[in-house]
Design a protein around this ligand. Structure first.
Ligand code: CA
Length: 250
């Protein structure tokens, strides 16, 4: 079985290939339904990204081993497994921990959405989706995961965050964080003692993208607190009723 999307082979041989495509982000599409895989692949390529495809968990891991993607589009329902399980596995391994994940699902219920995000996904899109929305979300996440964090060590309240090594330690003990929690914590540590609303946090941490819901902030705050809890530092992230959240060392 080819590990590349059928269409990517066609387009990569095309003389009309847009310059810079070779340097563009690699999107791994994990989807078992051929028609949807092809549609995703087509749209991803059209937007100038590279597309890699997998139809099950084994081929996903093989793809990752061969060619580390910049973002993963992960279907919820896969043969013998689920995107939620795979998202957790991706988040638990060093090589894949920081690769952003967008979950794809036919289930639009709120609790599924929360479950996907809690498993480690960065965003969530419901089938049938509009290609425009999908690409906007991909771009937003890639932008969010792109360099903008200044490469300067930050410390506050016993935590030390190093953007260059993407590590956080609490009293010299490593704390495992997903990419969004890492950015969120970096923002908080560099803006301590001030209250930020969910909208402000979305703008500052997620970028000015309209697609992310405010509830998403709460999910990531919960994940951040859970990660800090082991070091008994979850109290650094305070809920300010009716206003938002604050990072406070006091
Ligand atoms: Ca499926």
């Amino acid at each position: 079985m080819s590990h590349y999307c059928h269409k990517s082979l066609i387009l990569s041989e095309s003389p009309l290939k847009i310059e810079g495509v070779a340097l563009s982000a690699k999107i791994l599409i994990v989807e078992d339904e051929p028609a949807i895989q092809e549609l995703l692949c087509f749209n991803v390529l059209q937007a100038g990204f590279q597309a890699l495809c997998a139809a099950d968990a084994d081929s996903m891991w093989l793809q990752i081993q061969n060619n580390l993607p910049d973002l993963i589009l992960l279907d919820w329902m896969l043969p013998n497994t689920s995107g939620v399980i795979l998202a957790r596995q991706l988040r638990s391994q060093d090589a894949t921990r920081n690769i952003p994940i967008i979950m794809l699902t036919a289930r639009g219920e709120e609790r599924d959405k929360i479950m996907g995000l809690e498993a480690g996904a960065d965003d969530y899109i419901t089938k049938p989706f509009s290609p425009r929305e999908l690409l906007a979300r991909i771009r937003a996440i890639l932008r969010r995961h792109a360099p903008p964090i200044p490469d300067k060590m930050v410390s506050a309240g016993g935590l030390v965050l190093s953007p260059s090594s993407h590590r956080v330690t609490a009293h010299d003990k490593a704390i495992e964080l997903g990419p969004t929690e890492f950015r969120l914590l970096h923002f908080f540590m560099t803006h301590a003692e001030r209250v930020y609303s969910r909208t402000q946090l979305l703008d500052q941490v997620w970028g000015t993208q309209v697609f992310v819901e405010e509830r998403t902030v709460d999910v990531h705050i919960r994940r951040l607190r859970a990660a800090l809890e082991e070091a008994k530092m979850d109290g650094l992230i305070q809920t300010v009723r009716g206003s938002g959240y604050r990072f406070s060392v006091n």
